[in-house]
Design a protein around this ligand. Structure first.
Ligand SMILES: *Cc1c(COP(=O)(O)O)cnc(C)c1O
Length: 386
């Protein structure tokens, strides 16, 4: 199909929930995508941190195809080998005890919030059910995760909200004030949608200590900043803390829908049969993709991510200046003189895909991006800025 045809059908038949750039992709290799316009694009977005090994990755394709040739779905009434293999891999890699699989980041967070409430209910009874969420955070689009998203812009139109969420600043006094009826605090160690902001180390450490002292569970939403994105498997490792619940999604299955809620020591036995579920959760094809991804995020691979981050950031500093960059690892925010949306539009015209987050340009390239692809992206950014 030609682009104009695709666009016309999209406008006619899809709900108008997205503002899209005028391009459709049909293929590519690693971090180089092919548009239906026949042009090539360097991908600094990875489908929003999803395609960790880019597109058309041989190992991932083989793993997924082999599973499709066996069985595509089984109900959770039965056992499934790919599901338990991914569970073991993820738990070992993230230092967790157990995992629940869903299909998206929002569902992973819903699971964590339910787990936190049940943990508190079983130990302290009713009335200790608030989730503390940080202003500027993003936790998903379902009604409850939207409530837990600390940005008013997302709350327009959708009243009434479920309640049971209180907001705080990334400041320990502010969290203490909000904690009277709290069972959990949820944080993104590096806020993504909120503007690629790494939380201050002193705050995160103080928060972990406060949570431990009050038996308030610490939930790390690693949907965007996890999966090796920051140069560690989990972004919370940069802070030397241990959370009670962690959520993963985006990159976990390398491009197939999946979400995961990880349970640590305190929470590992909180759920009993019937407490939670998902029809597609633990889907064998998604899990086969996940096994291919997680088994390759070794310590050696994470060193390469660090190395690529240094290389890309050095190039970006030359273009945007020393103080323009935020984030950690290959999760990069750039403060630009031109409006971020305009930078993104101009990059697209020249063959580079970048994201935005508020007034920042945001880069989340595939972790497998090559130096040549980085160089080509930097060249285009340099052209756009000069
Ligand atoms: C993307 C994102 C979510 C929501 O994930 P979905 O798969 O879109 O539901 C939740 N939290 C964070 C930090 C995210 O970046």
């Amino acid at each position: 199909m030609q682009f104009e045809q695709i666009k016309a059908l999209d406008e006619t038949y899809l709900a108008h929930t997205y503002g899209r750039y005028p391009i459709a992709f049909c293929g590519g290799k690693n971090a180089t995508l092919e548009g239906v316009d026949g042009k090539k694009y360097i991908d600094f977005g990875a489908g929003i941190a999803v395609n960790l090994f880019g597109v058309n990755d041989e190992a991932w394709k083989t793993a997924v195809k082999e599973q499709i040739d066996r069985i595509q779905h089984v109900s959770n009434y039965y056992y499934s080998e790919p599901t338990v293999r991914l569970a073991e891999l993820v738990c070992r890699r993230a230092g967790a005890q157990r995992v629940f699989f869903g299909n998206s980041g929002a569902e992973a967070n819903e699971c964590a919030f339910k787990a936190a409430r049940k943990y508190s209910f079983m130990k302290y009874g009713a009335g200790r059910s608030d989730i503390i969420s940080l202003r500027g955070s993003f936790h998903g689009r379902t009604l409850f995760t939207l409530t837990a998203t600390g940005q008013d812009a997302f709350h327009k139109y959708f009243d009434p909200f479920a309640g049971g969420v209180v907001y705080a600043d990334a400041d320990i006094a502010s969290v203490e004030k909000a904690a009277e009826h709290a069972c959990a605090v949820v944080i993104e160690c590096v806020q993504g949608e909120g503007g690629v902001k790494a939380l201050p180390e002193a705050f995160v450490k103080a928060l972990a200590a406060f949570c431990a002292a009050r038996d308030i569970l610490l939930i790390c939403d690693e949907v965007q900043c996890g999966m090796g994105r920051t140069g560690k498997f989990s972004a919370y490792e940069h802070y030397g803390i241990t959370p009670d619940l962690v959520t993963l999604a985006k990159g976990l299955a390398g491009g197939l829908p999946i979400g995961a809620c990880l349970f640590y020591e305190k929470t590992k036995d909180v759920f009993a049969p019937g407490d939670h579920g998902s029809t597609f959760g633990g889907n064998p094809v998604a899990c086969a993709g996940g096994i291919s991804v997680v088994s390759r995020i070794t310590d050696g691979f994470l060193e390469e991510v660090e190395e690529k981050s240094r290389y890309l950031r050095k190039g970006l500093k030359e273009i945007f200046g020393e103080d323009a960059l935020t984030g950690l690892g290959l999760m990069i925010g750039i403060r630009t003189a031109l409006p971020a949306k305009e930078v993104a539009q101009k990059c697209l015209e020249k063959g580079l895909l970048v994201l935005t987050a508020h007034d920042l340009v945001r880069l989340l390239p595939p972790l497998s991006i090559t130096k040549q692809e980085i160089d080509e992206g930097l060249r285009i950014l340099g052209e756009v800025i000069s």
